[in-house]
Design a protein around this ligand. Structure first.
Ligand SMILES: O=P(O)(O)OC[C@H]1O[C@H](OP(=O)(O)OP(=O)(O)O)[C@H](O)[C@@H]1O
Ligand SMILES: O=c1cc[nH]c(=O)[nH]1
Ligand SMILES: [Mg+2]
Length: 209
């Protein structure tokens, strides 16, 4: 498993703004989407392309590069993953979307699954999971379990902030999955929140705090 922390100045600037106490939902949503785009740009850097011949504007054959092989399905994890979806889709507008719903029980911190609608041909696609927070890793592990049960073979994940504890858990359970994050933060607190983190990303995105 590769874990890539994206140190690009635009990513770091935008993430810094998201950490400010009292940020409005409007600004939090805009920044989550923008970082979603930037992480997508990095995560798709190594996608394979191939040469294809087409007819150019002078009515002569020319060779262009096209993405090769497997197509992508974006997998936002409800609710908070929806906050990054627009930004990801701006770069991959034709991707199919597979929505999964899980929330974390606030006491046990265990993931509770309540919805999934995954594309039928997921075994032929790369799954690009999107969720702002990778905390204990329970939600991500459960999502990867579900995608693999449905036959998915190639999985990547995009996260605004990840905790070392969660990365360790996911690396152990699913060593084949690639993680892209804007920041590997310090640690989890006793309630399973990431420090310094963003607070409750879902509540901030949807104004339910
Ligand atoms: O790594 P974990 O410890 O499993 O925690 C991470 C999960 O917690 C948050 O969702 P939450 O349960 O708050 O649901 P929400 O998106 O509906 O707010 C977050 O968006 C992740 O899905
Ligand atoms: O810090 C955290 C951890 C889990 N979920 C969040 O929204 N924030
Ligand atoms: Mg939440």
């Amino acid at each position: 498993m590769a874990v890539k922390e994206i140190k690009h100045p635009l990513v770091q600037h935008k993430l810094g703004l998201m950490r400010e106490q009292g940020i409005s939902s409007k600004n939090f949503r805009a920044l989550a989407s923008e970082i979603g785009s930037l992480l997508t740009y990095e995560a798709t850097r190594d996608l394979e392309s191939e040469s294809v011949e087409i007819t150019g504007w002078q009515d002569t054959p020319i060779t262009i590069q096209q993405l090769k092989g497997k197509k992508i399905t974006i997998v936002p994890i409800l609710r908070a993953g929806l906050g990054m979806l627009d930004g990801v889709m701006q770069l991959i507008p034709s991707a199919r979307v597979s929505v999964v719903g899980l929330y974390r029980n606030e006491e046990s911190l265990q993931p509770v699954a309540y919805f999934d609608k995954v594309v039928k041909d997921v075994e032929d696609r790369t799954a690009l999971i999107v969720d702002p927070m990778l905390a204990t890793g329970g939600t991500l592990i459960a999502t990867i379990d579900l995608l693999k049960q449905k036959g998915c073979k190639h999985i990547m994940g995009l996260f605004l902030v990840a905790a070392p504890e969660g990365i360790e858990a996911v690396t152990t359970a699913h060593p084949d999955v690639d993680i892209y994050t804007a920041s590997i933060d310090e640690k989890l607190n006793d309630q399973g929140y990431i420090l310094p983190g963003l607070g409750d990303a879902g509540d901030k995105l949807f104004g339910t705090r």
